[in-house]
Design a protein around this ligand. Structure first.
Ligand code: NAD
Ligand code: UDP
Ligand code: UDP
Length: 414
């Protein structure tokens, strides 16, 4: 279905499959996996505006059709519902591989609380069955007694930790989602990346991996340079994401060295902007949504941990420069401005609601204490650096969030 321009096909024959981007025909065919997600959809907008043909592949796990709906009907745009864990056959010149469920709500999960929640849930189930007529299900009586002992002990713990039966009930579902989610996440990062690299190899496409600053774990070096190997807990609650991306980087370099696939690796630091999932648990989306809904801003831990927040248009510019450039990377793509979570909450208060309250909550396990990119390499080799400050970026995303939370009629409300 998608054919190369005659000039490019001939050029590929002469140079053994690799054609410098500069001499390719205008209008490339580009695959964006995860293109219906937050970052992907902004990237698609830029590529479409440049005149390229874009194929988006997404399984809509965290992405939304609404993010790319404005391209429907454009002959240069194609949307395929597909899971990258399954093989994919398309003909393209470049692959931006973004597919990965990046929502922390699911993977930053406390397993101890999960077990406690599970047991307290069984107490809940037990009560329901005890209320049933005994003739209805006799053997439940015996099962109930065993469950009662286990559940009573653990429910005591749960309630001591500040949870109730209702939270135990939701805890069970969260636990089940967590197990399924982390397996899926790891599979997407490993099998999905392998498939996209196999595709890149077959069609001679250039492949860009969107890796993450999480590969640095809880860093012992500050700010983080690309040569730092990181400090990641391989068996921790976050490892399905961190280690998944580390494996994806390894696979990418293996295909580069072993199969001569042209690859690029971006290590993305915390990014925010319009179209972010509203309830995915990331700190910027949480604070902005909370401030708009007049709820307290939830600061985890003491709020002194730091992050560096980059606006999405800066990231997209960096990704495109990386893809078009001649350097493999990895490249840190992030804004070097460093903020504590309390400082971020303050900026959100200044931007959205000065009366917004702050509420402290227990932090999640293995939460990195600090993170800030050293972007010297990207500055020197890609000529890239972020332009949008946190204050400016936050004001830009507020109208999008307001519209999605309250509907169109509230867009102009201050
Ligand atoms: P997102 O969740 O909005 O987008 C990811 C997209 O991938 C979604 O549309 C989702 O439906 C899709 N997807 C997930 N699993 C898939 C699968 N198996 N097959 C096909 N599609 C699948 O997240 P985002 O913030 O846009 O992140 C994009 C990429 O950038 C991810 O790889 C993420 O790890 C990376 N990244 C993002 C940040 C950030 O702060 N946003 C930071 C570091 C790295
Ligand atoms: N693959 C794909 N699309 C392609 C080519 C390959 O999805 O156009 C998948 C393929 O199914 C395989 C993976 O990519 O699982 C790795 O492919 P490769 O050719 O490197 O390995 P092999 O198939 O030889 O194991
Ligand atoms: N965080 C917070 N309140 C929230 C959500 C997150 O204080 O409502 C903290 C979280 O503990 C972490 C930081 O904000 O220290 C960034 O979290 P996020 O999930 O956005 O990104 P990541 O931890 O992946 O860098």
């Amino acid at each position: 279905p998608h054919r190369r321009g005659a000039f490019e096909t001939t050029a590929r024959r002469f140079v053994g499959g690799k054609v410098p981007l500069g001499i390719r025909r205008k209008g490339l065919r580009i695959l964006v996996t995860g293109g219906a997600g937050f970052v992907g959809s902004h990237l698609v907008d830029r590529l479409m505006a440049r005149g390229d043909s874009v194929i988006v592949v997404d399984n809509f796990f965290t992405g939304r059709k609404e993010n790319v709906i404005h391209h429907f009907g454009n002959p240069n745009f194609e949307l395929i519902r597909h899971d990258v864990v399954e093989p994919l056959l398309v003909e393209v010149d470049q692959i931006y591989h973004l597919a990965c469920p990046a929502s922390p709500v699911h993977y930053k999960f406390n397993p101890i609380k999960t077990i406690i929640s599970f047991s307290a849930f069984s107490l809940f189930v037990l009560i329901i069955f005890l209320l049933m007529p005994s003739s209805y299900c006799l053997w439940w009586g015996e099962v109930s007694i065993v469950l009662l002992f286990v559940a009573a002990a653990t429910a005591k713990n749960q309630i001591e930790q500040g949870g109730g039966l209702l939270s135990s009930f939701f805890g069970l579902f969260k636990a089940l989602i967590h197990v399924a989610f982390c397996c899926g996440l790891h599979k997407t990062n490993v099998v999905g990346t392998l498939n996209m690299l196999g595709l890149a190899k077959r069609v001679g496409a250039r492949f860009l991996l969107t890796s993450t600053s999480e590969v640095y774990g809880d860093p012992m070096q500050h700010p983080q340079v690309e040569t730092y190997w990181g400090n990641v807990n391989p068996i921790g609650v976050r490892s399905c994401y961190d280690e998944g991306k580390r494996t994806a980087e390894t696979l990418t370099m293996d295909y580069h060295r072993g199969a001569q696939v042209e690859v690029r690796i971006a290590r993305i630091f915390n990014t925010y902007g319009p179209r972010m999932c509203i309830d995915d648990g990331r700190v910027v989306s949480n604070f902005v949504a909370q401030a708009l809904r007049k709820e307290p801003l939830t600061v985890y831990g003491d709020g002194k941990q730091t992050r560096s927040f980059q606006y999405v248009s800066d990231l997209v510019e960096g990704l495109m420069r990386l893809m078009e450039g001649e350097h493999v990377g990895p490249f840190n793509l992030g804004n070097p401005g460093e903020f504590t979570m309390l400082e971020l909450a303050q900026v959100v208060q200044e931007t959205i609601d000065s009366n917004a309250k702050i509420e402290f909550r227990p932090n999640t396990e293995d939460d990195p204490h600090k993170r800030k990119p050293d972007i010297t390499r990207a500055k020197e080799l890609l000529g890239w650096q972020p332009k949008i400050s946190l204050r400016e970026g936050l004001s830009r995303m507020v109208s999008d969030f307001r519209k999605r939370i309250f509907g169109d009629q509230f867009v102009t409300k201050p």
